[in-house]
Design a binder for this molecule. Sequence first.
Ligand SMILES: [Cu+2]
Length: 362
Amino acid sequence: MMNLIIGLGVVLLLGIFFLIFRLSSLVSLASDKKEDQVTSGNSINATLFIVFMVLSLGLFFWYSFAYFDTYDPPVASEHGAWTDTLFWITMGISVVAFVIISIIMFVFAYRFQYREGRRAKFYPDNHYLELAWTIIPAVVLAVLIFTGLRAWNDITSPASDDAEVIEVIGQQFAWTARYPGTSDNRLGKYDFRKIDAVNEFGLDLTDKNSHDDFKALELHLPKGKEVLLKIRAKDVLHSVFLPHFRLKMDAVPGMPTQFKFTPTKTTAEMRAELGDPNFNYEMACTEICGRGHFSMRFPVIVEEVEEYEKWKASQEAWLKQNPDYLDQVPLSLREAAMIKAGIPAETVIDIPAKASSTMGSH
Ligand SMILES: [Cu+2]
Protein backbone atom coordinates (compact mmCIF):
# COMPACT_ATOMS: atom_id res chain seq x y z
CA MET A 1 0.00 0.00 0.00
CA MET A 2 2.79 2.40 1.04
CA ASN A 3 4.63 1.62 -2.20
CA LEU A 4 1.52 2.39 -4.22
CA ILE A 5 1.13 5.78 -2.52
CA ILE A 6 4.81 6.61 -3.11
CA GLY A 7 4.47 5.51 -6.75
CA LEU A 8 1.38 7.69 -7.26
CA GLY A 9 3.18 10.60 -5.62
CA VAL A 10 6.11 10.29 -8.02
CA VAL A 11 3.77 10.08 -11.04
CA LEU A 12 1.92 13.17 -9.81
CA LEU A 13 5.16 15.09 -9.29
CA LEU A 14 6.36 14.21 -12.80
CA GLY A 15 2.99 15.33 -14.17
CA ILE A 16 3.34 18.69 -12.41
CA PHE A 17 6.86 19.15 -13.81
CA PHE A 18 5.57 18.38 -17.29
CA LEU A 19 2.74 20.91 -16.97
CA ILE A 20 5.12 23.64 -15.73
CA PHE A 21 7.38 22.89 -18.68
CA ARG A 22 4.47 23.01 -21.16
CA LEU A 23 3.20 26.23 -19.64
CA SER A 24 6.52 28.05 -19.83
CA SER A 25 7.11 26.99 -23.42
CA LEU A 26 3.60 28.15 -24.37
CA VAL A 27 4.22 31.49 -22.64
CA SER A 28 7.48 31.94 -24.51
CA LEU A 29 5.77 31.05 -27.80
CA ALA A 30 3.21 33.73 -27.13
CA SER A 31 5.86 36.34 -26.43
CA ASP A 32 7.31 38.17 -29.38
CA LYS A 33 10.99 37.89 -28.60
CA LYS A 34 12.65 35.17 -30.67
CA GLU A 35 15.37 34.30 -28.14
CA ASP A 36 12.85 33.71 -25.33
CA GLN A 37 11.25 31.01 -27.44
CA VAL A 38 14.51 29.12 -27.80
CA THR A 39 16.09 29.49 -24.38
CA SER A 40 13.35 29.07 -21.77
CA GLY A 41 13.04 25.29 -22.20
CA ASN A 42 16.79 24.97 -22.43
CA SER A 43 17.56 26.66 -19.14
CA ILE A 44 14.88 24.65 -17.29
CA ASN A 45 16.35 21.44 -18.66
CA ALA A 46 19.88 22.55 -17.85
CA THR A 47 18.92 23.31 -14.24
CA LEU A 48 17.01 20.01 -13.94
CA PHE A 49 20.19 18.20 -14.98
CA ILE A 50 22.02 19.67 -12.00
CA VAL A 51 19.10 18.94 -9.65
CA PHE A 52 19.01 15.34 -10.89
CA MET A 53 22.76 14.97 -10.45
CA VAL A 54 22.77 16.26 -6.86
CA LEU A 55 19.70 14.19 -5.86
CA SER A 56 20.81 10.93 -7.43
CA LEU A 57 24.43 11.12 -6.26
CA GLY A 58 23.13 12.04 -2.80
CA LEU A 59 20.77 9.03 -2.81
CA PHE A 60 23.54 6.79 -4.10
CA PHE A 61 25.94 7.70 -1.27
CA TRP A 62 23.24 7.76 1.39
CA TYR A 63 22.04 4.25 0.50
CA SER A 64 25.58 2.90 0.24
CA PHE A 65 26.43 4.02 3.77
CA ALA A 66 23.07 3.65 5.51
CA TYR A 67 22.54 0.05 4.38
CA PHE A 68 26.16 -1.02 4.30
CA ASP A 69 25.76 -3.85 6.82
CA THR A 70 22.89 -5.48 4.93
CA TYR A 71 24.97 -6.13 1.83
CA ASP A 72 28.35 -6.60 3.45
CA PRO A 73 28.05 -9.39 6.04
CA PRO A 74 31.25 -10.15 8.00
CA VAL A 75 33.47 -12.62 6.18
CA ALA A 76 33.97 -16.13 7.58
CA SER A 77 36.21 -17.94 5.09
CA GLU A 78 39.89 -17.84 4.14
CA HIS A 79 39.50 -16.93 0.46
CA GLY A 80 36.65 -14.54 1.40
CA ALA A 81 39.10 -12.02 2.86
CA TRP A 82 40.99 -11.95 -0.44
CA THR A 83 37.91 -11.71 -2.69
CA ASP A 84 36.61 -8.92 -0.44
CA THR A 85 39.84 -6.95 -0.97
CA LEU A 86 39.55 -7.41 -4.73
CA PHE A 87 35.88 -6.44 -4.62
CA TRP A 88 36.57 -3.21 -2.73
CA ILE A 89 39.48 -2.24 -5.01
CA THR A 90 37.22 -2.72 -8.06
CA MET A 91 34.39 -0.90 -6.29
CA GLY A 92 36.67 2.02 -5.31
CA ILE A 93 37.97 2.52 -8.85
CA SER A 94 34.47 2.19 -10.34
CA VAL A 95 32.93 4.66 -7.89
CA VAL A 96 35.63 7.28 -8.50
CA ALA A 97 35.21 6.90 -12.29
CA PHE A 98 31.42 6.90 -11.97
CA VAL A 99 31.32 10.10 -9.86
CA ILE A 100 33.79 11.98 -12.10
CA ILE A 101 31.95 10.97 -15.30
CA SER A 102 28.51 11.80 -13.83
CA ILE A 103 29.63 15.24 -12.68
CA ILE A 104 31.31 16.05 -16.00
CA MET A 105 28.27 14.90 -17.99
CA PHE A 106 25.70 16.91 -16.06
CA VAL A 107 27.85 20.01 -15.51
CA PHE A 108 28.70 20.16 -19.23
CA ALA A 109 25.00 19.92 -20.13
CA TYR A 110 24.36 22.86 -17.79
CA ARG A 111 27.43 24.93 -18.63
CA PHE A 112 27.11 24.68 -22.40
CA GLN A 113 23.39 25.22 -22.78
CA TYR A 114 22.29 27.46 -25.64
CA ARG A 115 23.32 31.11 -25.36
CA GLU A 116 22.54 33.76 -27.93
CA GLY A 117 25.60 34.51 -30.05
CA ARG A 118 27.81 31.73 -28.67
CA ARG A 119 29.42 29.53 -31.31
CA ALA A 120 30.66 25.99 -30.89
CA LYS A 121 34.39 25.47 -31.23
CA PHE A 122 35.46 23.11 -34.01
CA TYR A 123 37.82 20.60 -32.39
CA PRO A 124 38.14 17.52 -34.63
CA ASP A 125 40.61 15.34 -32.68
CA ASN A 126 43.48 15.15 -30.24
CA HIS A 127 45.71 12.07 -30.42
CA TYR A 128 47.18 12.52 -26.94
CA LEU A 129 43.77 12.77 -25.34
CA GLU A 130 42.52 9.70 -27.17
CA LEU A 131 45.64 7.72 -26.34
CA ALA A 132 45.29 8.68 -22.67
CA TRP A 133 41.64 7.68 -22.33
CA THR A 134 42.27 4.40 -24.12
CA ILE A 135 45.49 3.31 -22.45
CA ILE A 136 44.74 4.28 -18.83
CA PRO A 137 41.42 2.37 -18.62
CA ALA A 138 42.96 -0.56 -20.55
CA VAL A 139 45.83 -0.87 -18.05
CA VAL A 140 43.53 -0.49 -15.02
CA LEU A 141 41.08 -3.09 -16.39
CA ALA A 142 43.88 -5.50 -17.28
CA VAL A 143 45.31 -5.30 -13.74
CA LEU A 144 41.84 -5.85 -12.23
CA ILE A 145 41.03 -8.77 -14.53
CA PHE A 146 44.36 -10.56 -14.11
CA THR A 147 44.41 -10.26 -10.30
CA GLY A 148 40.80 -11.49 -10.30
CA LEU A 149 41.68 -14.36 -12.60
CA ARG A 150 44.58 -15.37 -10.36
CA ALA A 151 42.31 -15.39 -7.32
CA TRP A 152 39.68 -17.37 -9.25
CA ASN A 153 42.23 -19.97 -10.38
CA ASP A 154 43.39 -20.31 -6.81
CA ILE A 155 39.85 -20.75 -5.47
CA THR A 156 38.86 -23.27 -8.16
CA SER A 157 42.08 -25.32 -8.10
CA PRO A 158 41.68 -28.93 -6.88
CA ALA A 159 41.08 -29.39 -3.15
CA SER A 160 43.72 -31.06 -1.00
CA ASP A 161 43.44 -34.81 -0.33
CA ASP A 162 42.39 -34.40 3.29
CA ALA A 163 39.64 -31.90 2.49
CA GLU A 164 36.23 -32.68 3.97
CA VAL A 165 34.03 -33.68 1.02
CA ILE A 166 30.33 -32.89 1.39
CA GLU A 167 27.67 -33.09 -1.27
CA VAL A 168 24.78 -30.64 -1.55
CA ILE A 169 21.87 -31.40 -3.84
CA GLY A 170 19.31 -28.89 -5.02
CA GLN A 171 15.79 -29.81 -6.04
CA GLN A 172 12.46 -27.99 -6.23
CA PHE A 173 12.30 -26.75 -3.46
CA ALA A 174 14.80 -27.93 -0.89
CA TRP A 175 18.44 -28.61 -0.31
CA THR A 176 19.77 -31.87 1.07
CA ALA A 177 23.31 -32.72 2.06
CA ARG A 178 25.13 -36.04 1.89
CA TYR A 179 28.09 -36.73 4.14
CA PRO A 180 30.68 -39.47 3.87
CA GLY A 181 30.31 -41.71 6.91
CA THR A 182 32.92 -41.74 9.64
CA SER A 183 34.26 -45.21 8.88
CA ASP A 184 35.70 -44.42 5.42
CA ASN A 185 35.30 -40.64 5.07
CA ARG A 186 34.66 -41.04 1.35
CA LEU A 187 31.45 -40.27 -0.51
CA GLY A 188 30.03 -43.24 -2.36
CA LYS A 189 29.20 -43.18 -6.05
CA TYR A 190 25.75 -42.27 -7.24
CA ASP A 191 23.81 -42.84 -10.42
CA PHE A 192 20.84 -40.64 -11.33
CA ARG A 193 19.06 -43.72 -12.77
CA LYS A 194 18.93 -45.19 -9.26
CA ILE A 195 16.98 -42.21 -7.87
CA ASP A 196 13.54 -43.21 -6.59
CA ALA A 197 11.11 -42.03 -3.91
CA VAL A 198 13.34 -43.36 -1.13
CA ASN A 199 16.81 -43.38 -2.67
CA GLU A 200 16.79 -39.64 -3.23
CA PHE A 201 20.56 -39.43 -3.76
CA GLY A 202 20.59 -42.23 -6.33
CA LEU A 203 23.15 -44.02 -4.12
CA ASP A 204 24.98 -46.73 -6.01
CA LEU A 205 25.08 -49.45 -3.36
CA THR A 206 27.49 -51.59 -5.35
CA ASP A 207 30.16 -49.06 -4.26
CA LYS A 208 31.31 -49.89 -0.75
CA ASN A 209 31.98 -46.22 0.03
CA SER A 210 28.25 -45.51 -0.17
CA HIS A 211 27.28 -47.84 2.68
CA ASP A 212 27.95 -45.41 5.52
CA ASP A 213 26.96 -42.19 3.72
CA PHE A 214 24.31 -40.26 5.59
CA LYS A 215 21.76 -37.58 4.79
CA ALA A 216 21.63 -34.26 6.64
CA LEU A 217 19.10 -31.45 6.62
CA GLU A 218 21.64 -28.99 8.03
CA LEU A 219 25.04 -28.16 6.64
CA HIS A 220 27.59 -28.79 9.39
CA LEU A 221 31.07 -27.47 8.64
CA PRO A 222 34.36 -27.84 10.54
CA LYS A 223 36.21 -24.62 11.38
CA GLY A 224 39.73 -24.29 10.01
CA LYS A 225 39.46 -27.35 7.75
CA GLU A 226 39.24 -27.25 3.99
CA VAL A 227 35.77 -28.22 2.76
CA LEU A 228 35.02 -29.36 -0.77
CA LEU A 229 31.36 -28.88 -1.65
CA LYS A 230 30.24 -31.14 -4.46
CA ILE A 231 27.15 -29.62 -5.95
CA ARG A 232 24.44 -31.09 -8.15
CA ALA A 233 20.81 -30.46 -9.06
CA LYS A 234 18.04 -32.98 -9.65
CA ASP A 235 15.60 -30.96 -11.73
CA VAL A 236 16.33 -27.36 -12.78
CA LEU A 237 19.12 -24.86 -12.21
CA HIS A 238 19.70 -23.89 -8.58
CA SER A 239 22.57 -21.97 -7.06
CA VAL A 240 24.44 -22.46 -3.81
CA PHE A 241 24.95 -19.14 -2.03
CA LEU A 242 26.77 -18.90 1.30
CA PRO A 243 27.14 -15.12 1.70
CA HIS A 244 29.33 -15.17 4.84
CA PHE A 245 31.77 -17.52 3.14
CA ARG A 246 31.74 -15.50 -0.11
CA LEU A 247 30.70 -18.63 -1.95
CA LYS A 248 28.36 -18.86 -4.89
CA MET A 249 28.19 -21.71 -7.35
CA ASP A 250 25.43 -22.89 -9.66
CA ALA A 251 23.87 -26.31 -9.19
CA VAL A 252 23.32 -27.62 -12.71
CA PRO A 253 21.34 -30.74 -13.59
CA GLY A 254 23.62 -33.22 -15.36
CA MET A 255 26.78 -31.20 -14.71
CA PRO A 256 28.26 -31.54 -11.22
CA THR A 257 30.06 -28.42 -9.97
CA GLN A 258 32.18 -27.87 -6.88
CA PHE A 259 33.66 -25.19 -4.65
CA LYS A 260 36.36 -25.46 -1.99
CA PHE A 261 36.71 -23.15 0.98
CA THR A 262 37.88 -23.04 4.58
CA PRO A 263 35.50 -21.68 7.23
CA THR A 264 37.29 -19.45 9.75
CA LYS A 265 34.63 -18.62 12.36
CA THR A 266 32.29 -20.95 14.21
CA THR A 267 28.63 -20.04 14.61
CA ALA A 268 29.33 -19.22 18.28
CA GLU A 269 32.23 -16.92 17.33
CA MET A 270 30.10 -15.12 14.75
CA ARG A 271 27.31 -14.67 17.31
CA ALA A 272 29.81 -13.08 19.68
CA GLU A 273 31.24 -10.86 16.92
CA LEU A 274 27.80 -9.61 15.89
CA GLY A 275 26.50 -9.41 19.45
CA ASP A 276 23.48 -11.39 18.25
CA PRO A 277 22.80 -14.62 20.19
CA ASN A 278 20.22 -15.70 17.58
CA PHE A 279 22.51 -15.42 14.58
CA ASN A 280 22.75 -18.43 12.26
CA TYR A 281 24.63 -18.90 9.05
CA GLU A 282 22.46 -19.89 6.15
CA MET A 283 22.66 -21.13 2.62
CA ALA A 284 20.24 -19.76 0.05
CA CYS A 285 19.33 -20.58 -3.53
CA THR A 286 20.17 -17.68 -5.84
CA GLU A 287 18.74 -19.04 -9.04
CA ILE A 288 15.04 -18.32 -9.58
CA CYS A 289 14.02 -21.97 -9.78
CA GLY A 290 10.25 -21.80 -9.53
CA ARG A 291 7.43 -20.82 -7.18
CA GLY A 292 9.01 -22.18 -4.02
CA HIS A 293 12.43 -20.63 -4.72
CA PHE A 294 12.17 -18.38 -1.66
CA SER A 295 11.85 -21.38 0.65
CA MET A 296 15.20 -22.94 -0.31
CA ARG A 297 16.92 -21.89 2.88
CA PHE A 298 19.34 -24.34 4.43
CA PRO A 299 20.68 -23.94 7.96
CA VAL A 300 24.47 -23.88 8.27
CA ILE A 301 26.38 -24.66 11.45
CA VAL A 302 30.13 -24.13 11.78
CA GLU A 303 31.75 -25.96 14.69
CA GLU A 304 35.18 -26.78 16.03
CA VAL A 305 36.55 -29.93 14.39
CA GLU A 306 35.99 -32.11 17.52
CA GLU A 307 32.32 -31.09 17.79
CA TYR A 308 31.91 -31.61 14.06
CA GLU A 309 33.35 -35.13 14.27
CA LYS A 310 31.08 -35.88 17.24
CA TRP A 311 28.05 -34.73 15.26
CA LYS A 312 29.09 -36.89 12.30
CA ALA A 313 29.53 -39.94 14.50
CA SER A 314 26.03 -39.45 15.94
CA GLN A 315 24.35 -39.61 12.52
CA GLU A 316 22.71 -42.73 11.12
CA ALA A 317 23.80 -44.14 7.79
CA TRP A 318 21.26 -43.87 4.99
CA LEU A 319 21.42 -47.64 4.52
CA LYS A 320 20.59 -48.22 8.18
CA GLN A 321 17.49 -46.05 7.82
CA ASN A 322 16.51 -47.93 4.67
CA PRO A 323 17.57 -51.57 5.26
CA ASP A 324 15.30 -52.72 2.39
CA TYR A 325 17.96 -51.48 0.05
CA LEU A 326 20.42 -54.06 1.34
CA ASP A 327 19.26 -56.28 -1.52
CA GLN A 328 20.97 -53.86 -3.90
CA VAL A 329 24.27 -54.49 -2.14
CA PRO A 330 26.22 -57.30 -3.84
CA LEU A 331 26.21 -60.47 -1.71
CA SER A 332 29.97 -60.39 -1.28
CA LEU A 333 29.81 -56.90 0.28
CA ARG A 334 26.65 -57.36 2.30
CA GLU A 335 28.14 -58.33 5.63
CA ALA A 336 30.73 -55.55 5.50
CA ALA A 337 28.00 -53.10 4.45
CA MET A 338 25.88 -53.99 7.47
CA ILE A 339 28.80 -53.47 9.82
CA LYS A 340 29.69 -50.17 8.15
CA ALA A 341 26.11 -48.91 8.24
CA GLY A 342 25.62 -50.14 11.81
CA ILE A 343 22.71 -52.45 10.93
CA PRO A 344 21.95 -55.04 13.62
CA ALA A 345 22.88 -58.59 12.58
CA GLU A 346 19.37 -60.07 12.90
CA THR A 347 18.32 -58.18 9.76
CA VAL A 348 20.33 -60.81 7.84
CA ILE A 349 17.46 -63.27 8.06
CA ASP A 350 15.16 -61.10 5.93
CA ILE A 351 17.50 -60.51 3.08
CA PRO A 352 17.93 -63.94 1.45
CA ALA A 353 14.16 -64.51 1.81
CA LYS A 354 13.46 -61.26 -0.01
CA ALA A 355 16.05 -61.97 -2.65
CA SER A 356 14.66 -65.45 -3.33
CA SER A 357 11.06 -64.20 -3.45
CA THR A 358 11.97 -61.64 -6.07
CA MET A 359 13.74 -64.36 -8.01
CA GLY A 360 10.72 -66.66 -7.65
CA SER A 361 8.35 -64.10 -9.09
CA HIS A 362 10.28 -63.90 -12.35
CU1 LIG B 1 16.51 -23.26 -6.20
